[in-house]
Ligand binder design. Sequence first.
Ligand SMILES: Nc1ncnc2c1ncn2[C@@H]1O[C@H](COP(=O)(O)OP(=O)(O)O)[C@@H](O)[C@H]1O
Ligand SMILES: [Mg+2]
Length: 224
Amino acid sequence: MIKIHNACKRYSGVNVLDNVSIQVKKSGILGLAGPSGSGKSTLLRCLQKLETLDDGSLECNGKTGFMFQDFQLFPHMTALENIVYAPNLSDRSAKRRRNNEKRAREMLKNLGIESKMYEYPESLSGGQKQRVALARSLMVNPDILLCDEPTSGLDVATTMDVVSLLKSVGETGVAMIIASHDLDFLTKISDRIILLREGKIVVDIKTEEHKNPVIYLKKYYVDD
Ligand SMILES: Nc1ncnc2c1ncn2[C@@H]1O[C@H](COP(=O)(O)OP(=O)(O)O)[C@@H](O)[C@H]1O
Ligand SMILES: [Mg+2]
């Protein structure tokens, strides 16, 4: 599904990704851990082709969806408009646009925020904005969903909601790569966790094989 081989990315001479190799063979949830600046977002952006590698190769079989950090909703658009905006750019016919809107409504219903369809982001809670952002990223019917810090700025209860929400997306067969600096959250949600430090992979574990993955990962986790 995903084959990253010796990926390198440099910004002004500094290695932000340093010989990163990752293979993902089947769906499941892969957590990308690491302190701030370790290269998590850069790796996701390369997978989404928002950035190019300086060296190495990256193969990704399947459509990717991207959920941006801090939601990145357009403030001047309603929840519904935010969701149909991108697909409508390429779908010009009235019929296709009606279909996009139908799917967006269904998605909002499934995510339990149908009643917020015509609300603007400023009047939504963090958890509701997160659901709109998730709906938007699912509009492309991704095979692989890339999520960058999906719980940043959310309180503990809402974070737990995001755990079950993303797990339910995973159960529909969508593979996920979730970047987060929050080890507790990642451990709850991931089947596998890769820990990056200064652009290098320092740990790659299956979560179920560790009695306490958080304690194990913390040994490698230097946040300075
Ligand atoms: N567009 C960019 N230009 C220059 N440096 C960047 C750019 N994007 C990221 N970096 C740098 O690359 C490093 C890794 O960043 P990032 O991938 O955002 O890390 P993380 O998501 O783990 O916090 C940081 O030192 C950051 O400052
Ligand atoms: Mg980041």
